[in-house]
Design a protein around this ligand. Structure first.
Ligand SMILES: [Zn+2]
Length: 320
């Protein structure tokens, strides 16, 4: 009996042990399941963050590639611009040598610099057409005119005229921004003069990316010389990198009296005596000058002149 009791006890103990171990196993499983469930959102969050990180890395790589592409393009255009500048410099150096040979009597070549002041005007396009037709370069001493300033408000696309001048290999010169005389005019003080020069310089550079270093005084340098501070104005021009150009022949189209096209033509063609380097003053607002421009070009050509654009290194471009 005692033996039977003992075996029952030990069986009961065994059952308890089994039950306990089953309970513990279930509890452990439940705990694992609970922990697993708790970890699921964290896992999802990590995966989302990982994907975001990968996407950002890809976007950065793409941006880097684009930046490389942009800097390559910039380098290409900077190189092109440098080449253009050096070609332009070589071109002007050749003209400079030619001028020296002419002055030394070593060359029979004669140079004519055709210059047009006070534009742009609505007629300027027609002047450019004539120059294109004869394949002749010229120089335009322009005022700061554009649609926004409302200055000389004509039905003309001034931007297109400026761009065409630059693209065609003509020279664009600074003729101040106001071209007005009197108490509030361009020569009323050194500061007024400086402002009108720099305003025009900035206008041409900021709007057309073009640096001009040739200047013409409104009315010519003789008009500026009527001021006691003319040297201050010249010094300022030189400090800004400019040379200034007057003229030794003119149509006469800038005066109050309008002459005929034939008279304008003759004024130029008879002013050439003894001048191997000619600077012709004209205005591209004059219908009569437009009418005789072909005859002026043909007449000068017959007299042996070649046509070139004015540049800072020319002997005709003064620095003092
Ligand atoms: Zn002028």
């Amino acid at each position: 009996m005692a033996e039977k009791n003992g075996s029952v006890k030990s069986r009961n103990r065994l059952v308890i042990v089994h039950i306990l171990s089953a309970v513990l196993t279930i509890a452990a499983l439940a705990l694992c399941f609970f922990l697993y469930q708790q970890s699921l959102p964290l896992k999802e969050e990590n995966e989302t963050l990982l994907k975001e990180l990968e996407a950002r890395e890809a976007a950065l790589a793409e941006t880097d590639a684009k930046m490389d592409e942009i800097s390559d393009t910039l380098a290409y255009y900077t190189g092109m611009k440098d080449n253009l500048e050096s070609t332009k410099k070589e071109y002007f150096d050749i003209i400079s040598d030619l001028e020296q040979k002419i002055l030394n009597g070593e060359s029979d070549v004669k140079i004519a610099y055709l210059t047009f002041d006070d534009g742009p005007y609505y007629l300027s396009t027609k002047f450019l057409d004539v120059l294109d037709e004869y394949d002749v370069p010229a120089t335009f001493f322009y005022l700061m005119k554009c649609a926004e300033t409302g200055f000389e408000d004509q039905d003309a696309d001034y931007d297109a005229i400026y761009r065409r001048i630059i693209a065609s290999g003509h020279t664009l010169g600074n003729h101040t921004s106001i071209h007005k005389f009197g108490p509030t005019g361009v020569y009323s003080s050194v500061d007024a003069f400086k402002k009108s020069v720099i305003d025009n310089k900035n206008f041409i550079y900021e709007r057309y990316g073009y640096t001009t270093n040739v200047f013409r005084f409104p009315g010519g340098s003789d008009t500026a010389r009527s001021k006691s501070y003319v040297q201050d104005m010249i010094d300022y021009l030189v400090s800004e990198g400019y040379g200034y150009v007057d003229w030794n022949a003119a149509t006469g189209d800038g005066g109050k009296v309008v002459l005929s096209a034939a008279e304008y033509r003759d004024n130029v063609l008879t002013a050439t005596g003894g001048k191997n380097i000619l600077v012709v003053l004209m205005h591209d607002y004059s219908n009569n000058t437009l009418a005789c421009l072909p005859e002026i070009i043909e007449g000068l050509d017959r007299q042996g002149y070649i046509f070139l654009p004015m540049f800072n290194g020319s002997v005709m471009c003064k620095k003092q």
